[in-house]
Design a protein around this ligand. Structure first.
Ligand SMILES: Cc1cc2nc3c(=O)[nH]c(=O)nc-3n(C[C@H](O)[C@H](O)[C@H](O)COP(=O)(O)O)c2cc1C
Length: 158
């Protein structure tokens, strides 16, 4: 694909509304995180999810097979956290946003959290598909999610 086609793809996908997640990686006492919009359910049996991480993202080196990760779907009121974890050089998740359960690092007040070990990391173009074997799910139905559309944060409820 030419650089021009890549730009067209990016502009086109700006019209594709996505949920907003912070993926957390428990790294000793510290928790690293990154904002992603590419969360996808891959398989129910076995339960697998995936997300795409740019080859240049600083967190990629921590996403090794077996590493405990949690994909936290943010709520409408969590724009500040989404912005912070999308900012270069801010990979540490502030402790006040977190609660630890077992080996997982959950974001407080997330709409849903899916936890498990990284199963594999597949390079695809300038991103990697990170596949996670889901072992724990926590969901809060009825809470308005954060949505990214047309390069802006919004939600599904008026
Ligand atoms: C709404 C939204 C969705 C994003 N989705 C992804 C994604 O799916 N994959 C990705 O690699 N980066 C995604 N990003 C960009 C990263 O969050 C951002 O580039 C990264 O946190 C910058 O840190 P780093 O360059 O130090 O790694 C997204 C950003 C925003 C605001």
């Amino acid at each position: 694909m030419t650089a021009r086609a890549g730009t067209a793809l990016r502009h086109g996908f700006a019209q594709n509304p996505t949920g907003v997640c912070v993926v957390t990686v428990a790294d000793g006492t510290d928790v690293q995180g990154v904002t992603i919009g590419s969360l996808v359910s891959i398989s129910l049996e076995p339960p697998l999810l995936g997300f795409f991480v740019g080859q240049e993202r600083s967190i990629l080196g921590s996403l090794l097979p077996g590493t405990a990760v949690t994909a936290n779907v943010l709520g409408a009121g969590q724009v500040a956290l989404a912005r912070r974890m999308a900012t270069r050089g801010h990979s540490a998740v502030p402790a006040q946003h977190l609660c630890r359960e077992g080996g997982w690092a959950l974001v407080r007040r997330a709409v849903a959290s899916y936890s498990g070990p990284v199963e594999r990391v597949l390079p695809l173009g300038d991103h990697c598909l990170v596949v996670v074997a889901v072992e724990a799910v926590r969901a809060t139905p009825g809470r308005a999610p954060l949505v990214f559309h047309d390069s802006r944060f919004t939600t599904t409820q008026e």
